[in-house]
Design a protein around this ligand. Sequence first.
Ligand SMILES: Nc1ncnc2c1ncn2[C@@H]1O[C@H](COP(=O)(O)OP(=O)(O)OP(=O)(O)O)[C@@H](O)[C@H]1O
Ligand SMILES: [Mg+2]
Length: 364
Amino acid sequence: MNNPFKFGSVVSENYFTDRQEEYERLKQIISSENHVIMMAPRRFGKTSLVNKVINSIERPVIWLDLQLLTGVSDFASQLLKQLFKKYPFEKLKFLISNFRVIPTLQLDPASNNVEISFQTRVESFVQLEDVLNLIDKLGEDRSKPIVVLDEFQELLNLDKSLDKKLRSVIQFHKNVNYVLMGSVESLMRQIFENKKSPFYHFGQIFTLNKIPLSDFRDFLDTRFAKITERHDEISETILEFSKCHPYYTQQLAFHVWMKIEREQDSENIVQNTISDIILMHDNDFDRIWSNFNNTDKKILIGIAFSDSKLLTDEFKSKNNLNASSTVFSGLKRLQEKGVLLKTDSYEFDDPFFKEWIVKKRNEN
Ligand SMILES: Nc1ncnc2c1ncn2[C@@H]1O[C@H](COP(=O)(O)OP(=O)(O)OP(=O)(O)O)[C@@H](O)[C@H]1O
Ligand SMILES: [Mg+2]
């Protein structure tokens, strides 16, 4: 039987659960005159959801991950490259002839991919501005393009004043919907919720949460029911550990399924699978751990061991974490790195990493 769980890449159809309300809401905004600012921690399912909405509407989509760009010129050429995948070559070639800086185009006849380079050493916004305005122009006579900019919080790393420049151009666009996504919530909020920021109130803020317990339970339960009678208990135990994190839940479910198929079901199967996964990532966790400074290590240990998820006063005083500013900046740093998530309090993003810390400490 095919393993019904999937983790790591975009999920759709049978691997995708719930998000009905989010799906409708997102579709509505994208079909209006508005833009979307989507925030959620890593691997919460941003891409999968946006993908599902986009696939349900027939419109050209230009998708770019800012994390992979090397500068403003690269931003312009990668965006243009995406356009060549969606629009006829001749049409674009004609429109590009009006650019202030004409790029060099190289067509690979085998793949039909177009490579683009702006032959200039000067990083200039002019190229990007021309490409962005071209997208708006293309929206005039065909259906409106959707431009998705992923890991948008990277914007200022490309150029310190790129927020101002970008906003000044795209605010006039009437024929494009922008979906600006990001996984570092604190940075995204600085860009979109700080009154002084050029992107303040640029679009509809859309935060994506974990998948609700009852939906995720049904999702796991109906699938595990196909191979074991203990499907209820297994689903419950998995979710208790993963705390409904979309990615880690699917990862654990995938491995539990595989173990059941290989070794048959047994009482401690979920716990044993967790141990297997931790062992599998031992090297990675070791490396990640050794890169933390001492304060961060103390904070992580404190959180890993306290189920209330709060650092107790006793713990703080035992570990010289008395200055609340030290703890505060540590928590903020760990959150920006994606190690901790802020919910009602702080919790680990990766439940396996948390368990690894607990196990290692207990071995000592
Ligand atoms: N609606 C869903 N139902 C079930 N599982 C999901 C859902 N959305 C996401 N997942 C799980 O989370 C994983 C990551 O999803 P996705 O790549 O869409 O997240 P993301 O937020 O875009 O991640 P990244 O931060 O890496 O860009 C998927 O591979 C899948 O295992
Ligand atoms: Mg993604």
